[in-house]
Design a protein around this ligand. Structure first.
Ligand SMILES: C[S@@+](CC[C@H](N)C(=O)[O-])C[C@H]1O[C@@H](n2cnc3c(N)ncnc32)[C@H](O)[C@@H]1O
Length: 206
């Protein structure tokens, strides 16, 4: 059977309101990630959410006083429709992450539960590092599908959609190979029942 594309799958989810449940379930990890990367950020910053879904992270970050611009991009039409319905003045782009480039590069590029849907995550990371990030900017991603979270191993089969199942070290190697520095990984929202969201970050130094 032909696999679904991730953008078709999530557009269908958004049509029936499943985008909000997903946002709610991602919120604890994303809040921890944002607290972690923004705790020392006491100057104005710009922000792009890659694979923004219904735009909830964009709206969350835009409410932070030092944020001067927060925009989102997603390839699922109904996700972007939902984002624009609740926030008509927000900046949301319907596009493929592999081809889209922003008018202005950003200080922070964030992405939650997106990068493993790509067959070649190195290509996506390189594209973002080369075309979306300012010098001294940071790329930070959260992933629940990784080697080390066994409950996630069946997701690709269950949803009939491609997912790249990689280890923490594989993701760090991708970040390093794309030219990022200070590459780090850690787990957000871990509990006794969940090994945590794998967070990987790196800085683009000039
Ligand atoms: C698991 S959802 C996460 C959405 C959002 N980050 C959140 O936390 O609610 C993955 C998102 O990645 C988007 N996506 C996957 N592949 C994409 C691509 N090639 N271009 C643009 N968006 C893509 C999907 O449309 C979907 O909205």
């Amino acid at each position: 059977m032909r696999q679904n594309t991730a953008t078709d799958l999530f557009s269908n989810w958004a049509k029936v309101g499943r985008d909000q449940g997903m946002a709610d379930s991602h919120d604890p990890a994303v809040s921890e990630i944002l607290d972690n990367i923004l705790k020392y950020h006491k100057t104005s910053f710009t922000f792009i959410d890659a694979g923004c879904g219904n735009g909830w992270v964009v709206r969350k970050v835009r409410s932070i006083p030092y944020c001067s611009m927060a925009i989102g991009v997603d390839g699922a039409r109904s996700m972007i429709d939902n984002a624009k319905n609740v926030d008509p003045d927000g900046e949301y782009y319907l596009d493929d992450l592999l081809s889209w480039t922003p008018d202005q590069k950003a200080d922070i590029v964030h992405s939650m539960e997106v990068f493993y849907y790509f067959k070649d995550p190195q290509y996506l990371t390189d594209h973002i590092v080369n075309n979306w990030l300012k010098f001294n900017g940071k790329l930070v991603i959260g992933l629940d599908h990784y080697i080390g979270n066994p409950d996630s191993y069946s997701w690709s089969k269950d949803l009939n959609v491609h997912m790249s199942l990689l280890s923490e070290q594989d993701w760090l190697d991708i970040f390093l190979k794309s030219g990022l520095s200070n590459c780090k990984s850690w787990k957000a929202n871990a509990s006794k029942d969940f090994p945590g969201t794998l967070v990987v970050s790196g800085d683009l130094l000039d």
